[in-house]
Design a protein around this ligand. Sequence first.
Ligand code: HEM
Length: 167
Amino acid sequence: MDIAFLLGLLFRWLHILAAIVAVGGTVFARFVVLPTLNEWPAEERARLHAALRARWSKIIQAAIAFLLVSGLYNIAVTSIKYTVPAWYNPLFGVKFLLAMIIFAVASLLIGKTPLADQVRRNAPFWLNLNIALAVLVVCISGILRTADKVPKQPVQAEMPVSGPATP
Ligand code: HEM
């Protein structure tokens, strides 16, 4: 087992775990936290929301960082070491763009700026959008995984050291 193999495995685990946490947390926020908060009196709701936001924001920031670092490592290794089918890079570009939109919306939903406050007023819409985009990103990632990646420097077939001369 070489170091590149172990690093690739580590980043793959990080990528999948961060995606699970970010997407799962978003579904939980939309379909459990938000409806529950709405059942509370306004003042308590605001306090509870601020406490939840403070904790969740650290997790989502870490998930975004892990997804970016592991994703960039993955794509760098793929483009350096492998020849990919013609559709791979354009499809990866679509995935990357969608991921950036997801990160921007997620950052606004946990942000402290006036714009973030404005976005949060329509939180169900933005959470629905992020869930839909995340489903699309996971589906695209599944397709990318099926690509036939051919090593750029194929291992040379071993030549026989010596052998009987063929008649
Ligand atoms: C919402 C954000 C994201 C989600 C939910 C997500 C999800 C996934 C999933 C589920 C896989 C398949 C993992 C596997 O089977 O090993 C994957 C692979 C991958 N992701 Fe992401 N990802 C996200 C963001 C990113 C970003 C920002 C990048 C690049 C900077 C990226 C680059 C990659 C690459 C290169 C692969 C490998 C594709 C292949 O098998 O050829 N991802 N991603």
